[in-house]
Design a binder for this molecule. Structure first.
Ligand SMILES: *Cc1c(COP(=O)(O)O)cnc(C)c1O
Length: 386
């Protein structure tokens, strides 16, 4: 049997941590904590409810929120939908204006497009050359009828980190609500919702060693009563999101967020060292360029464009599991909208790969990956390049 490829795609998803799996299994079988958290009349339900509320506290704690401000969803896609559509519908459709950016995740962009069709004006901010959305850009785009600004904390393709506290400051002065997609930021950036001027924040478990299919939306004090539910049926989660709570998924997300908090500093130091090792070795290849700010970023995610004469398609078949654009765009094979917004053309976008590191990346993985890439680059004369 073939050896499994080296995994360099943690930004697409992460394996579930064994300790998280354990917490999930404890919520499944007949001898386990399988009850319906809504069954308040017996001990099965009460115990499940305890597990759900403990996990809610664990998620809240990692991001400086109160437990009651966390609403469970099926993932960051649903959280973004709930934030954008929920706020727009509560305000009343059609009408009004929202601000987002060209380099958001499709979960935000496609939702913004839906709102546009429903009669909301939308501004898509252009990132600066570093892949960042500036306070100035947001300032200039704010209109009297702007009711929502939605931007990501960390970009999933570039790893760039927006100055969310500063942008939030400006949005708060204006009076609009501020939604932040933090799917790539949670556990990697010190988020403090008790202080940050942010009203809504989206999270996902599977980007942080938790299971797929579970996420959360933080709803802060200014957003109370200003979000309309998108899924109806039973009034769970304070009426914001109906559906029987998935105890095992929720317990898994809580455990994953607790582990991320416990190992925050240690893990960051390790990833910084691995990133350094990777870049030092890759820098010996002529013409490799890092996309996005070198300083305003998380160390985990690296978008690298190879030089015209340097790249050849053999790199794409090294057997390393990385993203050739981003997993979400790979599905339709179009050049990445993020790279295009950064000024790439289709050709230079096609010479770009995203390598993302995580909890289980080793120095040996890095060395082997660089070796495979170098061998691939050397394998075909450059003039055969795509
Ligand atoms: C992965 C991701 C999402 C979608 O999260 P799911 O939980 O998979 O729905 C949204 N935004 C960003 C920035 C992401 O990286």
């Amino acid at each position: 049997m073939n050896k499994r490829p080296l995994y360099f795609d943690y930004a697409a998803t992460t394996p579930v941590d064994e300790r998280v799996i354990q917490a999930m299994v404890e919520c499944l079988g007949f001898n386990a904590n399988f009850g319906n958290p809504a069954s308040s009349s017996h001990v099965f339900g009460q115990q499940a409810r305890q597990t759900v509320e403990r996990a809610r506290g664990q998620v809240a704690e990692l991001v400086g929120a109160q437990a009651e401000q966390i609403v469970w969803t099926s993932g960051a896609t649903e959280s973004n939908n709930l934030a954008l559509k929920g706020v727009a519908q509560a305000r009343g459709l059609p009408g009004g204006h929202i601000i987002t950016s060209q380099i958001e995740h499709k979960a935000t962009l496609d939702t913004a497009l839906q709102l546009q069709e429903a009669g909301v004006a939308v501004t898509y901010l252009v990132p600066d050359g570093e892949g960042l959305i500036t306070v100035e850009a947001v300032s200039e785009a704010l209109r009297e009828d702007t009711f929502l600004v939605s931007l990501m904390l960390v970009n999933n393709e570039l790893g760039t980190l927006n100055d969310v506290p500063a942008i939030g400051e400006r949005v708060r002065e204006h009076g609009a609500l501020f939604h932040v997609d933090a799917a790539q930021g949670a556990g990697k950036v010190a988020i403090d919702l008790a202080r940050w001027p942010v009203d809504l924040m989206s999270f996902s478990a599977h980007k942080l060693y938790g299971p797929k299919g579970i996420g959360a939306l933080y709803v802060g004090p200014r957003a109370q009563q200003k979000v309309l539910a998108q899924i109806h049926g039973g009034g769970h989660e304070g009426g914001l999101r109906s559906g029987t709570l998935a105890t095992h998924q929720i317990a898994g997300m809580g455990k994953a967020f607790a582990l991320a908090g416990a190992s925050f500093t240690e893990e960051k130091t390790a990833i910084v060292a691995l990133r350094q090792r990777l870049l030092e070795q890759l820098n010996t290849i002529a013409g490799v360029r890092l996309n996005g700010s070198a300083t305003q970023r998380i160390p985990h995610t690296l978008s690298l464009t190879f030089g015209e004469g340097e790249f050849n398609s053999a790199v794409l078949s090294t057997g390393i599991a990385f993203s050739a654009t981003s997993a979400c765009n790979s599905a339709n094979n179009a050049p990445s909208h993020v790279l295009l917004a950064l000024g790439h053309d289709a050709r230079s976008a096609s010479r770009t790969i995203r390598l993302s590191l995580g909890r289980f990346t080793t120095e040996q993985d890095i060395d082997q990956a660089v070796q495979l890439i170098k061998t691939a680059l050397a394998s075909v004369p450059a003039f055969w390049a795509v």
